[in-house]
Design a protein around this ligand. Structure first.
Ligand code: TRP
Length: 336
């Protein structure tokens, strides 16, 4: 049976945190073991530039950070192809072709784009760039260049996949049946709240535990996590439903979780001990990640090799797609 191709990726704009782990990385590690799939992960440096065009250093530096994060959690380059978007020039070409198939109004209505523009007032002021507005088009190019059929996404990315599907249908209806319509697959992944109880864990919010955090950093951060404010003394009865420590116990201390909540409700568990236990369990999860990271940090040449090989492999498919696309669009000059 032919394997279904998964295309997924991230913008290299910062270190990944435990929210990314539960949100997508864990799922990717699982998917690479599944014989039904063949997984490609792109490092979306071109897309990162759409909202960091004024900061190329940041994007450059984070490409390697991102690969380190991937490898540390167990993305296996023998099973998953990791590649760099800007080294697949076919995606840039496709983006130009697709840009005729999508209206400005449709892009402006894209909920993901709309939300992001609102969040990036600092960067764009009142007027958004052409490149940023068009990034869903280039994302459609990423996916279709690789012949992707499955795109595992979080809820917030769904409109991007819908936009890609529309472009594919439009392309096929005009130029012939060339492109595959990808399917968004919502993973059972969940969005993880921040240490301060904010709905989102994020760098700018200062409420994240990074995959690359040291034992000491994790300990310190967990101590700062927001707990039930009504609980002052150790034997006060607590409400774990409004406590971030209990929230993370549910992720990192699965077996003990029920017990923890019960003890908290009965006033039998002090917050400090509870936090120490949580920090310990988070560190237990992160420990194998730290070991792998250390290995790759000491062998930067292996990272280069992974990226070069992955990109070469991805490029083969992109070239094949390009050939079909140009033929369909009557741009196959001098091709035999
Ligand atoms: N939009 C994704 C993000 O914000 C990154 C991305 C770029 C992507 N191209 C993709 C994801 C193709 C899936 C498929 O991180």
């Amino acid at each position: 049976m032919e394997k279904k191709r998964i295309v997924t990726g991230d913008r290299p704009t910062g270190k990944l945190h435990i929210g990314h782990y539960f949100g997508s990385l864990k799922n990717r590690v699982k998917l690479q073991e599944d014989d039904k799939y063949e997984q490609y992960i792109l490092i979306a440096d071109v897309q990162a530039l759409t909202d960091n065009f004024n900061n190329p250093e940041k994007v450059r530096k984070n490409v390697r950070e991102l690969v380190l994060d991937y490898l540390s959690v167990g993305i296996n380059p023998e099973k998953t192809t990791i590649y760099i978007q800007s080294l697949i020039p076919e995606t840039a070409e496709l983006t130009v072709f697709y840009s005729n198939l999508v209206t400005i109004a449709r892009l402006e209505r894209n909920p993901t784009v709309k939300t992001e523009i609102a969040q990036k007032r600092d960067l764009f002021g009142e007027s958004v760039t052409y490149g940023f507005l068009g990034y869903p088009v280039s994302q459609a190019a990423d996916i279709t260049a690789m012949d992707g059929t499955i795109v595992p996404v979080g809820e917030d990315q769904l409109p991007l996949i819908e936009q890609c599907r529309e472009i594919v249908r439009k392309f096929n209806s005009i130029y012939g049946d060339v492109l595959k319509e990808p399917e968004a697959v919502l993973s059972d992944a969940r969005r993880i709240k921040g240490l301060d109880g904010n709905e989102k864990m994020g760098k700018s919010l200062g409420n994240a535990i990074y995959l690359s955090d040291s034992v000491e950093e994790v300990n310190k951060k967990v101590m700062s996590a927001v707990t039930d404010p009504g609980r002052i003394r150790k034997d006060d009865k607590g409400n774990p439903d409004i406590c971030m420590v209990s929230y993370y116990h549910n992720l990192f201390s699965k077996d003990e979780y029920k017990n923890i909540c019960e003890e908290c409700r009965n006033g039998q568990r002090g917050c400090v001990a509870c936090k120490k236990q949580l920090a310990q369990n988070i560190n237990k999860t992160l420990e194998p990640f730290r070991e792998k990271r250390k290995y790759y940090e000491q062998h930067p040449e292996i990272i280069d090799e992974i990226l070069i090989k992955g990109t070469e492999k991805a490029r083969i498919t992109a070239k094949e797609t390009m050939k079909k696309v140009k033929k369909a669009m009557k741009l196959d000059y001098f091709e035999k």
